[in-house]
Design a binder for this molecule. Structure first.
Ligand code: SAH
Length: 228
Protein backbone atom coordinates (compact mmCIF):
# COMPACT_ATOMS: atom_id res chain seq x y z
CA UNK A 1 0.00 0.00 0.00
CA UNK A 2 1.58 3.31 -1.01
CA UNK A 3 2.51 5.81 1.66
CA UNK A 4 -0.05 8.61 1.73
CA UNK A 5 -2.95 6.35 0.74
CA UNK A 6 -6.08 7.85 2.15
CA UNK A 7 -9.29 6.33 3.38
CA UNK A 8 -11.58 9.32 3.43
CA UNK A 9 -14.53 7.20 4.49
CA UNK A 10 -12.69 6.24 7.63
CA UNK A 11 -11.49 9.76 8.18
CA UNK A 12 -7.86 8.68 8.21
CA UNK A 13 -4.93 8.69 5.91
CA UNK A 14 -1.79 6.69 6.26
CA UNK A 15 1.05 9.16 6.32
CA UNK A 16 4.69 8.38 7.06
CA UNK A 17 4.83 6.68 10.42
CA UNK A 18 1.02 6.34 10.46
CA UNK A 19 0.59 9.83 11.88
CA UNK A 20 -2.57 11.81 11.21
CA UNK A 21 -3.26 15.54 11.24
CA UNK A 22 -5.47 17.09 13.94
CA UNK A 23 -8.17 17.71 11.32
CA UNK A 24 -8.13 14.05 10.27
CA UNK A 25 -8.39 12.94 13.88
CA UNK A 26 -11.34 15.28 14.42
CA UNK A 27 -13.02 13.93 11.28
CA UNK A 28 -12.57 10.34 12.47
CA UNK A 29 -14.01 11.27 15.83
CA UNK A 30 -17.00 13.04 14.22
CA UNK A 31 -17.75 9.98 12.07
CA UNK A 32 -17.51 7.76 15.12
CA UNK A 33 -19.98 10.04 16.90
CA UNK A 34 -22.42 9.75 13.98
CA UNK A 35 -22.24 5.94 14.11
CA UNK A 36 -22.83 6.13 17.85
CA UNK A 37 -25.99 8.17 17.18
CA UNK A 38 -27.28 5.35 14.96
CA UNK A 39 -26.48 6.87 11.57
CA UNK A 40 -26.15 4.09 8.97
CA UNK A 41 -22.79 3.04 7.57
CA UNK A 42 -23.92 4.14 4.11
CA UNK A 43 -24.49 7.74 5.23
CA UNK A 44 -21.34 7.81 7.42
CA UNK A 45 -19.34 6.54 4.42
CA UNK A 46 -20.78 9.26 2.15
CA UNK A 47 -19.98 11.96 4.70
CA UNK A 48 -16.50 10.55 5.20
CA UNK A 49 -15.89 10.90 1.47
CA UNK A 50 -16.52 14.67 1.45
CA UNK A 51 -13.98 17.09 2.96
CA UNK A 52 -16.09 19.54 4.99
CA UNK A 53 -13.00 21.78 5.39
CA UNK A 54 -13.20 22.59 1.66
CA UNK A 55 -16.75 23.93 2.04
CA UNK A 56 -16.19 26.31 4.98
CA UNK A 57 -14.43 29.69 4.83
CA UNK A 58 -10.63 29.42 5.05
CA UNK A 59 -10.65 31.13 8.46
CA UNK A 60 -12.91 28.37 9.88
CA UNK A 61 -11.04 25.39 8.39
CA UNK A 62 -9.80 24.25 11.79
CA UNK A 63 -13.40 24.12 13.04
CA UNK A 64 -14.64 22.06 10.06
CA UNK A 65 -15.24 18.89 12.09
CA UNK A 66 -16.98 20.50 15.04
CA UNK A 67 -20.54 19.24 15.03
CA UNK A 68 -22.08 22.69 14.63
CA UNK A 69 -23.34 25.02 11.90
CA UNK A 70 -20.76 27.54 10.63
CA UNK A 71 -21.24 30.89 8.83
CA UNK A 72 -20.61 30.80 5.06
CA UNK A 73 -21.41 34.43 4.15
CA UNK A 74 -24.60 36.25 3.06
CA UNK A 75 -25.93 35.60 6.58
CA UNK A 76 -26.26 31.87 5.76
CA UNK A 77 -24.78 28.76 7.41
CA UNK A 78 -23.53 25.29 6.54
CA UNK A 79 -25.65 22.87 8.60
CA UNK A 80 -24.17 20.90 11.50
CA UNK A 81 -22.83 17.50 10.39
CA UNK A 82 -25.31 15.54 12.56
CA UNK A 83 -28.18 17.45 10.90
CA UNK A 84 -26.83 16.63 7.41
CA UNK A 85 -26.59 12.98 8.50
CA UNK A 86 -30.12 12.83 9.95
CA UNK A 87 -31.64 14.48 6.86
CA UNK A 88 -29.80 12.05 4.55
CA UNK A 89 -30.93 9.15 6.69
CA UNK A 90 -34.60 10.17 6.50
CA UNK A 91 -34.42 11.09 2.80
CA UNK A 92 -33.08 7.64 1.82
CA UNK A 93 -31.33 8.64 -1.39
CA UNK A 94 -30.72 5.59 -3.57
CA UNK A 95 -28.13 4.97 -6.28
CA UNK A 96 -29.55 6.66 -9.40
CA UNK A 97 -31.99 8.88 -7.47
CA UNK A 98 -32.88 12.16 -9.16
CA UNK A 99 -32.64 14.68 -6.34
CA UNK A 100 -33.57 18.34 -5.91
CA UNK A 101 -31.96 20.32 -3.10
CA UNK A 102 -33.31 23.76 -2.18
CA UNK A 103 -30.56 25.80 -0.47
CA UNK A 104 -27.14 25.02 -1.96
CA UNK A 105 -25.35 27.19 0.61
CA UNK A 106 -21.76 25.94 0.77
CA UNK A 107 -22.53 22.94 -1.47
CA UNK A 108 -21.51 20.47 1.27
CA UNK A 109 -24.86 18.73 1.60
CA UNK A 110 -25.16 18.49 -2.19
CA UNK A 111 -21.72 16.82 -2.30
CA UNK A 112 -22.86 14.26 0.28
CA UNK A 113 -26.09 13.67 -1.70
CA UNK A 114 -23.95 13.13 -4.80
CA UNK A 115 -22.03 10.37 -3.01
CA UNK A 116 -25.30 8.70 -2.02
CA UNK A 117 -26.90 9.05 -5.46
CA UNK A 118 -24.00 7.46 -7.34
CA UNK A 119 -25.02 7.76 -10.97
CA UNK A 120 -28.09 9.83 -10.14
CA UNK A 121 -28.18 13.59 -10.64
CA UNK A 122 -28.47 16.25 -7.93
CA UNK A 123 -30.04 19.60 -8.89
CA UNK A 124 -29.28 22.19 -6.24
CA UNK A 125 -30.56 25.74 -6.19
CA UNK A 126 -29.81 28.82 -4.08
CA UNK A 127 -31.08 32.38 -4.27
CA UNK A 128 -27.55 33.80 -3.81
CA UNK A 129 -25.41 33.72 -6.94
CA UNK A 130 -22.17 34.14 -4.94
CA UNK A 131 -22.84 30.98 -2.93
CA UNK A 132 -23.74 28.98 -6.05
CA UNK A 133 -20.59 30.14 -7.91
CA UNK A 134 -18.43 29.12 -4.97
CA UNK A 135 -20.14 25.74 -4.61
CA UNK A 136 -19.87 25.10 -8.37
CA UNK A 137 -16.07 24.98 -8.06
CA UNK A 138 -16.25 22.29 -5.40
CA UNK A 139 -19.00 20.01 -6.64
CA UNK A 140 -18.63 16.80 -8.69
CA UNK A 141 -20.00 16.37 -12.22
CA UNK A 142 -23.29 14.77 -11.16
CA UNK A 143 -24.36 17.95 -9.32
CA UNK A 144 -26.07 20.77 -11.24
CA UNK A 145 -25.92 24.05 -9.23
CA UNK A 146 -28.45 26.73 -10.24
CA UNK A 147 -29.44 30.21 -9.08
CA UNK A 148 -33.08 31.10 -8.43
CA UNK A 149 -36.08 30.86 -6.14
CA UNK A 150 -36.10 27.22 -5.08
CA UNK A 151 -39.58 27.54 -3.59
CA UNK A 152 -40.79 27.26 -7.20
CA UNK A 153 -38.87 24.00 -7.63
CA UNK A 154 -37.39 23.25 -11.05
CA UNK A 155 -40.33 22.30 -13.30
CA UNK A 156 -38.03 21.86 -16.32
CA UNK A 157 -36.10 19.07 -14.56
CA UNK A 158 -39.03 17.49 -12.65
CA UNK A 159 -40.16 15.02 -11.47
CA UNK A 160 -37.75 14.16 -8.65
CA UNK A 161 -37.38 10.98 -6.58
CA UNK A 162 -36.19 12.99 -3.61
CA UNK A 163 -36.46 16.64 -2.55
CA UNK A 164 -34.39 18.11 0.28
CA UNK A 165 -35.08 21.60 1.57
CA UNK A 166 -32.30 22.99 3.78
CA UNK A 167 -34.12 26.20 4.78
CA UNK A 168 -37.35 26.48 6.74
CA UNK A 169 -40.66 27.06 4.91
CA UNK A 170 -43.99 28.36 6.27
CA UNK A 171 -45.71 25.31 4.74
CA UNK A 172 -44.85 22.70 2.11
CA UNK A 173 -44.37 24.72 -1.11
CA UNK A 174 -47.04 23.39 -3.49
CA UNK A 175 -44.71 23.36 -6.57
CA UNK A 176 -42.38 21.01 -4.68
CA UNK A 177 -45.23 18.61 -3.90
CA UNK A 178 -46.23 18.64 -7.57
CA UNK A 179 -42.65 17.97 -8.71
CA UNK A 180 -42.16 15.02 -6.33
CA UNK A 181 -42.61 11.63 -7.99
CA UNK A 182 -45.32 9.27 -6.82
CA UNK A 183 -43.57 7.12 -4.18
CA UNK A 184 -41.03 9.93 -3.62
CA UNK A 185 -39.77 11.43 -0.38
CA UNK A 186 -39.20 15.04 0.66
CA UNK A 187 -37.44 16.24 3.82
CA UNK A 188 -37.95 19.82 4.97
CA UNK A 189 -38.03 22.03 8.06
CA UNK A 190 -41.28 23.95 8.62
CA UNK A 191 -41.90 26.99 10.81
CA UNK A 192 -40.34 30.30 11.76
CA UNK A 193 -39.74 30.65 15.51
CA UNK A 194 -40.29 27.03 16.43
CA UNK A 195 -39.25 24.82 13.55
CA UNK A 196 -39.78 21.11 13.09
CA UNK A 197 -38.23 18.70 10.60
CA UNK A 198 -40.68 16.70 8.46
CA UNK A 199 -40.57 13.73 6.14
CA UNK A 200 -43.23 14.00 3.43
CA UNK A 201 -44.16 10.90 1.45
CA UNK A 202 -46.24 10.98 -1.68
CA UNK A 203 -48.16 7.72 -2.07
CA UNK A 204 -51.55 8.64 -3.60
CA UNK A 205 -52.05 10.67 -0.44
CA UNK A 206 -49.51 12.96 1.23
CA UNK A 207 -48.15 11.56 4.50
CA UNK A 208 -46.30 13.89 6.86
CA UNK A 209 -44.10 12.57 9.67
CA UNK A 210 -42.48 14.83 12.32
CA UNK A 211 -38.80 14.34 13.16
CA UNK A 212 -38.10 16.79 15.97
CA UNK A 213 -37.18 20.41 16.59
CA UNK A 214 -34.58 22.08 14.35
CA UNK A 215 -33.13 25.54 13.57
CA UNK A 216 -32.56 26.54 9.94
CA UNK A 217 -32.32 29.81 8.05
CA UNK A 218 -35.60 30.73 6.39
CA UNK A 219 -36.77 29.85 2.89
CA UNK A 220 -37.26 33.27 1.31
CA UNK A 221 -39.30 33.25 -1.87
CA UNK A 222 -42.70 33.09 -3.55
CA UNK A 223 -43.77 29.99 -1.59
CA UNK A 224 -41.54 30.85 1.37
CA UNK A 225 -41.24 33.81 3.74
CA UNK A 226 -41.08 37.40 2.41
CA UNK A 227 -37.65 39.01 2.00
CA UNK A 228 -37.11 41.44 4.91
N1 SAH B 1 -27.33 22.93 2.29
C1 SAH B 1 -26.42 24.00 2.67
C2 SAH B 1 -26.92 24.82 3.83
C3 SAH B 1 -27.93 25.76 3.37
S1 SAH B 1 -28.34 27.12 4.38
C4 SAH B 1 -25.02 23.50 2.94
O1 SAH B 1 -24.77 22.30 2.86
O2 SAH B 1 -24.14 24.33 3.17
C5 SAH B 1 -29.85 27.51 3.55
C6 SAH B 1 -29.71 28.10 2.20
O3 SAH B 1 -31.01 28.28 1.67
C7 SAH B 1 -29.04 29.48 2.16
O4 SAH B 1 -27.87 29.43 1.39
C8 SAH B 1 -30.10 30.36 1.52
O5 SAH B 1 -29.57 31.33 0.63
C9 SAH B 1 -30.95 29.36 0.78
N2 SAH B 1 -32.31 29.82 0.44
C10 SAH B 1 -33.21 30.48 1.19
N3 SAH B 1 -34.34 30.70 0.48
C11 SAH B 1 -34.14 30.16 -0.75
C12 SAH B 1 -34.93 30.03 -1.93
N4 SAH B 1 -36.17 30.53 -2.03
N5 SAH B 1 -34.38 29.40 -2.99
C13 SAH B 1 -33.15 28.90 -2.95
N6 SAH B 1 -32.36 28.97 -1.86
C14 SAH B 1 -32.85 29.59 -0.77
Amino acid sequence: MPIGTSFPSLGISLLKGGSTTPLERERASLLKGLRYRGISERVVYAMGAVRREDFVPQSLRDSAYRDQPLPIGKGQTISAPHMVAIMCEILRVEPQSRVLEIGTGSGYHAAVLAQLAGEGTIYTIDRFEGLVENARKLLPANVVPLVGDGSLGLPEYAPFDRILVTCSAPEIPSPLLEQLKEGGRMVLPLGKGLQELFLVRKNNVIEKEAHGAVAFVLLVGKYGFPDM
